[in-house]
Design a protein around this ligand. Structure first.
Ligand code: ZN
Length: 281
């Protein structure tokens, strides 16, 4: 009791997680001299209401944002990576296998998830993939799609960030633009089997690796759609539908905890939901 952790997680799960090796992205960098350590307005960025607020690690100071979200894959079968973030400070948030979300740091606080992006307003969100950390390869990462409850959670988070953080629901072009993209937006030669799978446009370097495919080919296609434009069949398209429905007062954001997929899809009023049709193609 009193840990502040979600009630659906047993203490045994928490203990296991703290002892696990997590294969998530750790890309530390120093604070550039021109970035102040505190936000000059003094107003903290709002927290995503669909995530459990579990503040963790040390406060690395203002990140000069938030301006964009980088979506990542964590090689782990853990239900939470809070214990890993406590020592790595590597992300602001997490999406678990059943769509439950956790937020560890403010969206205007820096983390060590994207190297050059850490102090340019890039928010890092990690996500479960269930792969074995000891043996997983970049090819394995490219084969692992997000389960549908995770897609819906990500779409909800992206939709919320539009009115709440001022981040437009659009594909990232360049590492210094506004919107949502995969970690590989800032990785120059990501391993990929897709003809349009290299979405690097620079100029920032978001990893010490030049080949890491994070968040993986399948997840990239889920996020941007088959045409890599955020159009039909994409999580970004689904986020547009959620944003429109919430703005019109027809529904609210997802609650905390696991995603009830039928209820979550129904809340937007019955528009065709085409965003997942290509997920497993
Ligand atoms: Zn990553």
């Amino acid at each position: 009791m009193g840990t502040g952790l979600p009630e659906y997680r047993s203490q045994r799960e928490v203990d296991e997680e703290f002892g696990r090796i997590i294969g998530a992205c750790y890309e530390p960098s120093g604070r550039p001299p021109h970035v102040p350590t505190v936000r000059l307005t003094g107003v903290a960025a709002p927290r995503y209401p669909g995530a459990f607020w579990l503040p963790t690690g040390q406060n690395l100071g203002y990140n000069s944002g938030p301006k964009s979200f980088a979506w990542h894959t964590a090689i782990t079968d853990a239900d939470s990576i809070r214990g890993w973030v406590q020592t790595s400070d590597a992300c602001q948030g997490w999406v678990g296998r059943r769509g439950s979300a956790e937020q560890y740091k403010g969206f205007d606080e820096a983390c060590y998830g994207t190297l050059d992006g850490n102090y340019t307003g890039v928010v890092t969100i990690e996500s479960w993939d269930g792969l074995p950390v000891a043996t997983a390869t970049e090819t394995d990462v490219n084969r692992a799609p997000w389960p549908l409850p995770m897609c819906e959670r990500i779409a909800d988070w992206i939709a919320w960030a539009r009115p709440s953080l001022g981040i437009p629901i659009q594909r990232l072009h360049r590492t210094d633009s506004r919107g949502h993209g995969p970690h590989r937006t800032g990785i120059s030669h990501p391993t990929t089997t897709l003809s349009n799978g290299n979405v690097y446009e620079g100029s920032g370097r978001w990893s010490s690796s030049t080949s890491k495919p994070c968040c993986g080919d399948k997840r990239l296609t889920q996020l941007y759609g088959p045409n890599m434009d955020g159009g039909p069949g994409s999580i970004l398209s689904r986020a547009q539908a959620i944003d429109a429905a919430v703005s019109a007062g027809r529904c609210g954001w997802l609650p905390t905890g696991d995603v009830d997929l039928p209820a979550a899809l129904a809340r937007t009023g019955g528009e065709p939901v085409d965003w997942f049709t290509d997920c497993f193609a």
